[in-house]
Design a protein. Structure first.
Length: 347
């Protein structure tokens, strides 16, 4: 971690010497977390208290830069790394974003490692902004992957409409569909209202849609209305993995709705409800979440978010986003409560 920070500072200092359009940015998020019904080594379930980071927003360190090429065109890059503030670990240098691109009158194009079109596109329609407790919990992170070898394009806005496209190559010789991903989005904005439709495909190493939460097709529609005191957001996602093995879910309907109330002062409160229904008898689950926030400044705020999941008899979802098969998931039909609180500072 120390080597990565030194490298980031070195790149920043060199870029700043050459031009004034390189920016070092990031945030630190740390707190404490409680989750009920956690499986122990002997199979017994009990509550778990732990220090945690990234519950309200992943701790990150990034470098971004823009160079004016003239004629309205600009070259840009972005290097971004997520890390854990509790132990300093990271999945790898700049594993979240590492792309170069160009923008201008015809839109923006970039290539490299980047957010999936569904992750970036659903952020504006998620009342909890992809927190660990929130609308991303029930699909187990299925709607926020990150892709390598990605080519992304975003069009200019015309009459309120904007379109985006993304394609990621698998990179396996002789297997065009191995690990291939693609997606598209269409957004409309009018004043305080916006609506977005997205479609995304993620294929496994064999080029198939074999897991409802990792390798699947997804179709998303969302709406957002931002008033002076209230923000209202809602979304629906259809998920399909037609080649999933027998005995596992292949199709699901997933929806959420949320309201954010912002007082004239530094206090906000976010409420939301989400529901997932796995078709063909694989059960459903409902999440209810609430999160008050207090802003100490524009960059720093205190947060607390609590969520309760009501599981159907055939399901084992958690209020805190966990990978598929995680031992922290509750037993089938087991309801679960989660809460976290902490502080986040952006710079």
């Amino acid at each position: 971690m120390n080597k990565q920070i030194c490298l980031a500072l070195l790149l920043f200092s060199e870029g700043a010497f050459a031009q004034n359009s390189v920016t070092l940015y990031g945030r630190i998020d740390g707190g404490i977390q409680y989750l009920s019904g956690v499986a122990g080594p002997n199979g017994a379930r009990s509550g778990l208290w732990s220090a945690d980071g990234g519950d309200a927003g992943a701790s990150m360190l990034g470098i971004t830069g823009v160079e004016d090429l003239g004629g309205g065109y600009k070259a840009n890059f972005n290097l971004l790394d997520f890390f854990s503030p509790t132990n300093g670990t990271t999945k790898g240098a700049f594993w979240a974003k590492a792309y170069v691109g160009m923008s201008g009158p015809l839109g923006e194009f970039r290539m490299g490692r980047d957010y999936s079109i569904l992750k970036g596109g659903s952020f504006d329609y998620d009342p909890f902004y992809q927190q660990s407790i929130g609308m991303q919990s029930l699909p187990r992170g299925a709607n926020w992957p990150i892709f390598s070898n990605a080519f992304s394009y975003s069009s200019p806005t015309f009459a309120g409409f904007n379109a985006g496209f993304q394609y990621s190559l698998g990179g396996v010789a002789g297997q065009f569909n191995s690990g291939r991903t693609d997606g598209a989005q269409l957004t409309y904005r009018f004043g305080a209202f916006s609506a977005r439709a997205m479609y995304q495909e993620v294929r496994d190493a064999s080029g198939q849609f074999s897991n409802l939460f990792t390798d699947q097709k997804q179709a998303f529609v969302g709406i957002n209305y931002t008033g002076s005191l209230f923000k209202i957001q809602a979304a629906y996602t259809y998920m399909a993995a037609p080649q999933a093995p027998a005995g596992t879910p292949r199709y699901a309907d997933y929806a959420w709705a949320g309201i954010t109330y912002s007082t004239p002062g530094p206090f906000t409160i976010v409420t939301g409800v989400a529901h997932i229904h796995q078709r063909d008898g694989y059960g459903s689950a409902t999440l209810v979440a609430i999160g008050p926030n207090y802003y100490l400044s524009k960059q720093t705020y205190l947060y607390t978010t609590a969520g309760y999941v009501i599981n159907g008899k055939n399901t084992n979802f958690s209020p805190i986003e966990q990978p598929v098969g995680s031992p922290m998931n509750p037993a089938l039909g087991h309801n679960q409560f989660g809460i976290f609180s902490g502080i986040m500072h952006s710079f």
